[in-house]
Design a protein around this ligand. Structure first.
Ligand SMILES: Nc1ncnc2c1ncn2[C@@H]1O[C@H](COP(=O)(O)OP(=O)(O)OP(=O)(O)O)[C@@H](O)[C@H]1O
Ligand SMILES: [Mg+2]
Length: 143
């Protein structure tokens, strides 16, 4: 079951992230797909805005750090960027498994970790239609 949405600008993609955030559990896994500049980090900003407003200013692609942690009073978000992961075995080295169940996990460049995405993950694919319009395909969650 999948549903397709169109956003007209970055703010709408943020708001889509905020709306989806309301339906997440404290240990949900959200796998993001889409090329450079698609809007994955914009989407994450919307999720964080809803759940941990104080942390919004910290949201950026964690390309070099690999993971950004946003810690709220009753929710934690682990924001990964898998852009540089070329072999999923590398995930063991960074203790990726230890994050499971400890908070919401959101992964950019999920294309690079196909075997590590749980079967019950929420999947969000973002595809640019033109400069400001994005097609967002949602699987694994009803909003
Ligand atoms: N409808 C839209 N939704 C999301 N972003 C949009 C939209 N229209 C324009 N943009 C712009 O597209 C860019 C998306 O950047 P963003 O950092 O979110 O991409 P990304 O998918 O995380 O890329 P990367 O893989 O490099 O991390 C921003 O500059 C944003 O303002
Ligand atoms: Mg990004």
């Amino acid at each position: 079951m999948e549903k397709i949405y169109i956003t007209e600008n970055a703010r709408e993609t943020e708001l889509f992230g905020s709306k989806l955030a309301e339906k997440l559990k404290k240990d949900s896994f959200v796998a993001l797909f889409g090329d450079m500049g698609a809007g994955k980090t914009v989407f994450v900003r919307g999720v964080v805005e809803k759940l941990i407003p104080d942390a919004v200013k910290l949201v950026h692609s964690p390309t070099f750090a690999l993971v950004n942690e946003y810690i709220g009073d009753d929710v934690k978000i682990y924001h990964f960027d898998m852009y540089r992961i070329s072999d999923e075995d590398e995930l063991y080295a960074i203790g990726f498994d230890d994050y499971f169940g400890n908070g919401i996990i959101i992964t950019e460049w999920s294309e690079n970790i196909p075997d590590s995405i749980p079967s019950d993950a929420v999947r969000v694919s973002i595809r640019p239609l033109d400069e400001n319009r994005r097609e967002i395909t949602l699987r694994g969650l009803e909003i």
